[in-house]
Design a protein around this ligand. Structure first.
Ligand code: NAD
Ligand code: ZN
Length: 248
């Protein structure tokens, strides 16, 4: 196997860790067919993304912004978990883990549920498309079939997906939980993230300053590669199943 030595080393670290922090990004779902953010065919290629995926657009031109958000949702949903999601679910079944995910697609939760596992250890630091709330009164709502048509039961306002848009703060509790996990983790797995989007990208550095070992699994170099103890230049859907197998 291509990554044998590194995989065995990472498997040993994970097996003996008291706490594991997972920090994932859009590349973790790439093998399911979900577009990443940057890179060829990524969401960032859309010239309208900075305009419509922005808090100001929802306030100033909500109908146009919600129509664009419907298109975004269409691009990020309707996929199945890949072998990386499934391997991670099994690793977390047997070890204390906190997952701080930037993924909004819900595929990791699907993999956990398929394994019969609780998703309580998954914290969405950029929100999730599986939740909706009112744009005006913030009341949680069922995810509608069409955001352009749906309205809040309580106040009649527009609904929006519970995801973090440009110009918005990260949700408090998920980010606080992620930071808490960073301070106590022995090992951090960096899965499919470019490490560009802040403040999320500061989590691995925080963990490192508290003594954690950092492991990056990504086919490409990232902003965080230099601070990692082990870098495996492969796809998460191929490498994580090997790590799981090596953990025994
Ligand atoms: P990014 O697009 O900036 O980086 C993706 C990273 O994944 C790159 O480093 C790339 O080399 C790597 N990658 C690609 N294929 C991979 C594979 N098979 N295995 C492992 N790594 C692979 O994405 P980001 O760092 O997550 O930041 C972008 C932001 O966009 C995030 O905040 C996220 O919320 C949002 N986003 C989410 C989704 C999703 O939920 N699936 C999709 C697009 C964007
Ligand atoms: Zn409302």
């Amino acid at each position: 196997m291509k990554f044998d030595k590194q995989v065995r080393r990472v498997a040993r670290w994970l097996a003996s860790a008291d706490h594991i922090l997972v920090f994932s990004g859009s590349g973790f779902s790439a093998e399911s067919g979900v577009p990443t953010f940057r890179g060829t065919g990524g969401l960032y290629d859309d010239p309208d993304i900075l305009r419509y995926a922005h808090r100001d657009a929802l306030e100033e031109e909500p109908e146009e912004a919600l129509a664009w958000i419907e298109g975004l949702r269409g691009r990020l949903t309707g996929y199945e978990p890949n072998p990386g999601h499934r391997a991670l679910a099994r690793i977390c079944r047997d070890h204390a883990c906190t997952i701080a995910t930037q993924n909004i697609d819900g595929l990791l939760e699907d993999a956990f549920e398929d394994e019969g596992l609780s998703t309580d250890c998954i914290w969405h630091i950029h929100g999730t498309l599986k939740e909706a709330r009112c744009l005006d009164c913030n009341e949680p709502a069922e995810v509608p079939d069409d955001y352009t048509q749906a309205r809040c039961d309580k106040c009649g306002g527009y609904l929006r997906p519970n995801v973090v848009l440009f110009g918005e703060m990260l949700p408090e509790e998920p980010f606080a939980r992620a930071q808490e996990a960073a301070r106590k983790a022995d090992v951090v797995l960096l899965l499919g993230t470019s490490g560009i989007v802040h403040p999320a990208a500061a989590l691995p550095g925080l963990a490192r300053s508290h003594g954690a070992k950092l492991v990056e699994i990504n086919p490409n170099e990232t902003e965080l590669s230099d601070i990692c103890d082990v870098v495996i230049r492969g796809k998460t859907g191929e490498v994580l199943p090997e790590v799981l197998e090596a953990m025994g």
